[in-house]
Design a binder for this molecule. Structure first.
Ligand SMILES: [Zn+2]
Length: 828
C-alpha cells in the first residue's frame, strides 16, 4: 500500500464526497424496522455562497446525522433552499444593472421572474456543491425548495385555511416601510440604532390669536400630516386647551387638542403632535380618537398631497429642511435641544425605515400562539441551552399580528382576487375564473407576494408532502432536532412551532439546539463592510474540510459566540496529521508481518487438511460462500498471544472513551465528545500506547507476538476511526478503507464498505479491566515522575538514568513485570 508521507486532504476529500454520492449512501426511506432520526436543514437563501455560520451549523447537523446513522437509526437530513424574497430580488436586480441589462420594471413581471429563476437554478447547484465539499450527508434526492410546486401548494393551502378561519385579514396598518426596497418589512428586519438628533420645540398658535401650545418633536416634517395635539388628561398646564383647537402651521389647517393617558408629561413640554399615518403609536391613538389619517409620504418617502403644494415632491430629508426654514421664518421654533433617540434602519438597504400607513395582509398570531407556549412549557420541545427558552417565551407571549404581504414580484403571490364589479375579494385554492360573490369575470389578482417566512415556517412538514398524508410525513415527523442560530428564534423557530401545532397537531421537533454565532477574533460580527469575513470554502481549500469541521465543533461550546481566526483551523489540521502518522506507523510493519503470517497460516491449514478436528471445522467459514484461507489459523495464532498490560489498558480506555462520547452526544455537548476522542487518540493511543508497543512490532521481534500486537493495534485504530467519523468524515473514510485493505488483516465479512455505515462504538457490552487501568496508570505516573526529575536535573534525553526502588515499595512486583516498558519510556 502506498501511504503518502504527508496527509493531503485534497487527494482524499473530493474522492469520497463523489463516492458517497455515487453509492447513494445517504438515501433514506420510511423503514418501520428502524427508528427514524430526522433533522430539517435550515434552508439557506438561494442568494449565494455559504458563510462560516452555515459551516458551523451544517457541521453540527452532519455530525448528529452521521452519529445516528452509525447507531442504526434511519437518519434523514432534509436538505433544501429558501427562495428568500427580498434578498433574491435585490440580488437579481443588482446583477441586471451590473450587466447593463434591462431592469425589473422594463422587463415586466413575467420576464423578470424568468431572470430570477435562472439565477436561482445556478445558485442552488453552487450551494449543494459547497455543502458537499464540507462533507454534508443529507439525502440529496429529497432536496426541496420553498418555491417548488409541492411547497407552494402547502403555502396556498395554509393561506386559504387561515383566511377562511378569519385569521388572515387585509387592512390599513402602520408598517415598517423601506423606501429603498419599496416594500413593507417585518419588525425583525429593522435594526434600531441610537442616533444623536435634535428635539425641536415648535409652537402651534391658538386659533384665537392666543399662545396655543408648544410641542416637541424629533421629526418636524411629519407635522404636515398631524391631525391632533395631545396632552395628558391630568396635566394642569393644558386643562383649558383640551377640547379646543390650535393652528397647524404651514398648512392652514386647524387640529384638535385631545387628552390621552399615553402622553408622558415629563417629555418635552408635555404636549405632543399626533401623526397617525406615520407613527405606530400615533396610529393607535388615531384609532382610539377617531382621527383622520392622511398619508403625506409616497412609497419613495417623498411628500405627497394632501400636504401643502409647496412641499410636494420633496424627499423626506429635504422636506425637513424646508419645514424648519419656514417655521423659523414664522418665528415658531421656540428652541432646539440635542437629543439621542432610537431610529429604525432597514437591515438590508441600511436606510431609515419610514412608518407608513398602507393596506397590507395580516395574520392574527395571538390565537395561534398559546399551543406554542404550552409545547415548550410542558417540555415537548426543549431548547439547548435552556436559557433561550426565556427569549422564546418573551416573544411568543407578546406576539403581534404578522404583516405577511410584501410589495415584491419574487415569491408566492397572494391568492386573492379583487372584483371590479362588486368590489368582492375571492380567496381560493385554485385560480378562480370569476368573482365568488357576483360571478363577474372582471377580477384581478393581488399584485403582492407573501413574506418569505410564510413558506419557511411550514418547512418541517411541507417538505414531507403535507397537505397529503404521505408515508414520509407519517414516518419522519415530528423531527428530532433543529439546529439554528439564536438570530432567528423569532423569525423562524417560533413560527415553525406555531404552524406545525396548528396544521399537523404535532411539534415540529423535540429539541432546538442553538449554536453560538461566529465573530471575528476581536468579537465583532463578520461583515462585508469590515472585510473581516472568513470564507469557509477558502478555509476548506487551505486546511481541508475535516480540519474546518474539527475546529468549529471544538470551539462551539454551550452556545457561546465563537471568536474565529483562520489560525484556529490549524488545530484540526494537526489532529488529522497525527492520525495519519499513527496509521503509517502501524500500516508499514503490518503489511509485512501480517502478509507473511497469512502465508504461513495457509500452509498450516493445508497441512491440517480436512481432518475432523475443531480447527478444520472452523475452516468452513460460516456465513460466507467461500472459506477464507488462513482465517481460522490466524485466529488461533492471535488467541495464542497473551494480551500485554498496555493492550488491556488501551482497550479499557477506549471503552470508557466511547461511553463518554455517547453521553456527550445525548447532552448535545459535541465539543466535549470530540475532545474526549482527541485526548484518547493523541495522549493515550499515540503518546503512550504506540510508544509502549514499539519493541513488540520492531524488526526482529517475535513474529507471532508482532502479528498479534499489530492486529490488535489496528483494531484499536479502527475503533478510533469509527468514533471520529461523524466529526471528520473524510480522513476516517480514507483510513477505514486502508485498514480494510491491509493484507493479512482479516476483517469480518459483514464489515460495511463505508465507515459511514459501520457500527458506532458504544463501549457497552464489554467489561472494563479496572486492574489494567490502575496498573498502567501507575506506570504512567512513574514514568512521568522520572521525566520530571530528569528535566529538573537537566539530564539530557540521550543519557540513561538509573532507577532505585525502595524495598518497601508495594509496586515492586508490577515494576519488575513491566520493566521493559518502564525502562524504555523513562529511558533508564
Ligand atoms: Zn364581484
Amino acid at each position: 500500500m502506498d501511504i503518502p508521507k504527508i496527509y493531503n486532504p485534497k487527494d482524499v476529500e473530493p474522492k469520497w464526497a463523489a463516492w458517497w454520492e455515487e453509492e447513494h449512501l445517504f438515501r433514506t426511506e420510511p423503514n418501520p424496522a428502524k427508528t427514524p432520526f430526522t433533522i430539517m436543514m435550515p434552508p439557506p437563501n438561494v442568494t449565494g455562497v455559504l458563510h462560516m455560520g452555515h459551516a458551523l451549523q451544517d457541521t453540527v447537523q452532519d455530525t448528529l446525522i452521521r452519529y445516528h446513522r452509525m447507531r442504526g437509526f434511519e437518519a434523514h437530513w432534509q436538505a433544501g433552499t429558501d427562495h428568500a424574497g427580498i434578498a433574491t430580488q435585490t440580488v437579481v436586480e443588482r446583477e441586471l444593472a451590473e450587466r447593463k441589462k434591462p431592469g425589473r420594471v422594463e422587463l415586466g413581471r413575467e420576464k423578470f421572474l424568468e431572470e430570477v429563476w435562472k439565477v436561482v437554478e445556478r445558485n442552488k447547484k453552487v450551494i449543494a456543491e459547497q455543502k458537499r465539499s464540507l462533507g454534508d450527508s443529507p439525502d440529496w434526492s429529497r432536496e426541496r425548495f420553498t418555491f417548488d410546486e409541492g411547497l407552494s401548494r402547502a403555502v396556498r393551502e395554509v393561506f386559504v385555511r387561515l383566511y377562511e378561519e378569519g385569521l388572515i385579514y387585509r387592512g390599513p396598518y402602520i408598517v415598517n416601510w423601506s423606501p429603498a426596497l419599496q416594500s413593507a418589512i417585518s419588525d425583525e428586519e429593522v435594526d434600531h440604532r441610537e442616533i444623536e438628533g435634535s428635539l425641536w420645540y415648535v409652537r402651534y398658535p391658538g386659533v384665537d390669536g392666543g399662545p396655543g401650545v408648544v410641542v416637541a418633536t424629533t421629526r418636524p416634517e411629519t407635522m404636515l400630516g398631524d391631525t391632533a395635539v395631545m396632552v395628558h388628561p391630568e396635566d394642569e398646564r393644558y386643562r383649558d386647551l383640551v377640547g379646543g383647537e390650535v393652528e397647524l402651521p404651514l398648512t392652514g389647517r386647524r387640529i384638535p387638542v385631545i387628552a390621552d393617558e399615553y402622553v408622558d408629561r415629563e417629555f418635552g413640554t408635555g404636549a405632543v403632535k399626533v401623526t397617525p399615518a406615520h407613527d405606530p403609536n400615533d396610529f393607535e391613538i388615531g384609532k382610539r380618537h377617531d382621527l383622520p389619517m392622511p398619508v403625506i409620504l409616497d412609497e419613495h418617502a417623498r411628500v405627497k398631497p394632501p400636504a401643502p403644494e409647496a412641499y410636494v415632491g420633496l424627499d423626506r430629508f429635504e422636506a425637513r429642511e424646508a419645514v424648519l426654514r419656514d417655521l423659523e421664518k414664522l418665528g415658531l421654533i421656540e428652541k432646539v435641544e440635542k437629543h439621542v433617540h432610537a431610529v429604525g434602519y432597514c437591515q438590508r438597504s441600511k436606510v431609515p425605515i419610514e412608518p407608513y400607513l398602507s393596506t397590507q395582509w395580516f395574520l392574527r398570531m395571538k390565537p395561534l400562539a398559546e399551543p406554542a407556549l404550552e409545547a415548550v412549557r410542558d417540555g415537548r420541545i426543549r431548547f439547548v441551552p435552556r436559557r433561550w427558552e426565556k427569549v422564546y417565551f418573551q416573544w411568543v407571549e407578546n406576539i403581534r399580528d404578522w404583516c405577511i404581504s410584501r410589495q415584491l414580484w419574487w415569491g408566492h403571490r397572494i391568492p386573492a382576487w379583487y372584483c371590479d364589479e362588486c368590489g368582492g375579494v375571492t380567496v381560493a385554492r385554485e385560480d378562480p375564473p370569476a368573482c365568488a360573490r357576483c360571478g363577474s369575470e372582471k377580477i384581478r389578482q393581488d399584485e403582492d407576494v407573501l413574506d418569505t417566512w410564510f413558506s419557511s415556517w411550514l418547512w418541517p412538514f411541507s417538505t414531507l408532502g403535507w397537505p397529503e398524508k404521505t408515508p414520509e410525513l407519517e414516518y419522519y415527523h415530528p423531527t428530532d432536532v433543529l439546529v439554528s442560530g439564536y438570530d432567528i428564534i423569532f423569525f423562524w423557530i417560533a413560527r415553525m412551532i406555531i404552524a406545525d401545532l396548528r396544521f399537523t397537531g404535532e411539534v415540529p421537533f423535540r429539541t432546538v439546539y442553538i449554536t453560538g454565532m461566529i465573530r471575528d477574533k476581536y468579537g465583532r460580527w463578520m461583515s462585508k463592510s469590515l472585510g473581516n469575513g472568513i470564507d469557509p470554502l477558502e478555509m476548506i481549500d487551505q486546511y481541508g474540510a475535516d480540519a474546518v469541521r474539527y475546529s468549529l465543533i471544538v470551539l462551539n461550546t454551550e452556545g457561546q459566540d465563537i471568536r474565529l481566526d483562520p489560525s484556529r483551523f490549524e488545530m484540526g489540521r494537526n489532529f488529522a496529521n497525527k492520525l495519519w502518522n499513527s496509521f503509517r506507523l502501524l500500516a508499514g510493519p503490518a503489511e509485512e508481518v501480517l502478509a507473511a503470517q497469512l502465508r504461513k497460516a495457509v500452509e498450516i491449514e493445508e497441512k491440517v487438511g480436512p481432518s475432523p478436528d475443531p480447527v478444520a471445522a472452523m475452516l468452513d467459514w460460516k456465513g460466507s460462500a467461500e472459506p477464507h484461507p488462513g482465517r481460522t489459523a490466524l485466529r488461533l495464532l492471535e488467541r495464542a498471544g497473551e494480551r500485554a498490560l498496555e493492550d488491556r489498558w488501551i482497550r479499557s480506555r477506549f471503552l470508557l472513551t466511547a461511553r463518554e462520547v455517547g453521553r456527550r452526544f445525548e447532552q448535545y455537548r459535541l465539543s466535549d465528545a470530540l475532545l474526549a476522542i482527541y485526548r484518547f487518540t493523541w495522549n493515550e493511543f499515540c503518546d503512550w500506547y504506540l510508544e509502549a508497543i514499539k519493541p513488540r512490532i520492531a524488526p526482529g521481534a517475535d513474529e507471532v507476538q508482532a502479528g498479534a500486537t499489530l492486529r490488535f493495534a489496528l483494531e484499536m485504530m479502527e475503533g478510533i476511526v469509527r468514533l471520529l467519523h461523524p466529526f471528520m468524515p473524510f480522513i476516517t473514510e480514507e483510513l477505514y478503507h486502508r485498514l480494510g485493505e491491509i493484507e493479512g488483516r482479516i476483517v469480518e465479512e459483514s464489515r460495511p464498505d463505508s465507515v459511514a455505515l459501520a457500527e458506532y462504538p458504544t463501549g457497552r457490552g464489554e467489561k472494563v479491566d479496572r486492574r489494567a487501568l490502575e496498573e498502567f496508570g501507575y506506570l504512567q505516573e512513574l514514568v512521568g515522575a522520572v521525566r520530571n526529575v530528569r528535566g529538573e536535573l537537566l539530564v539530557p534525553p540521550s543519557a540513561e538514568a538509573t532507577l532505585a526502588i525502595r524495598e518497601d515499595e508495594p509496586r515492586t512486583e508490577l515494576i519488575r513485570r513491566e520493566w521493559k516498558t518502564v525502562k524504555r519510556l523513562a529511558h533508564l
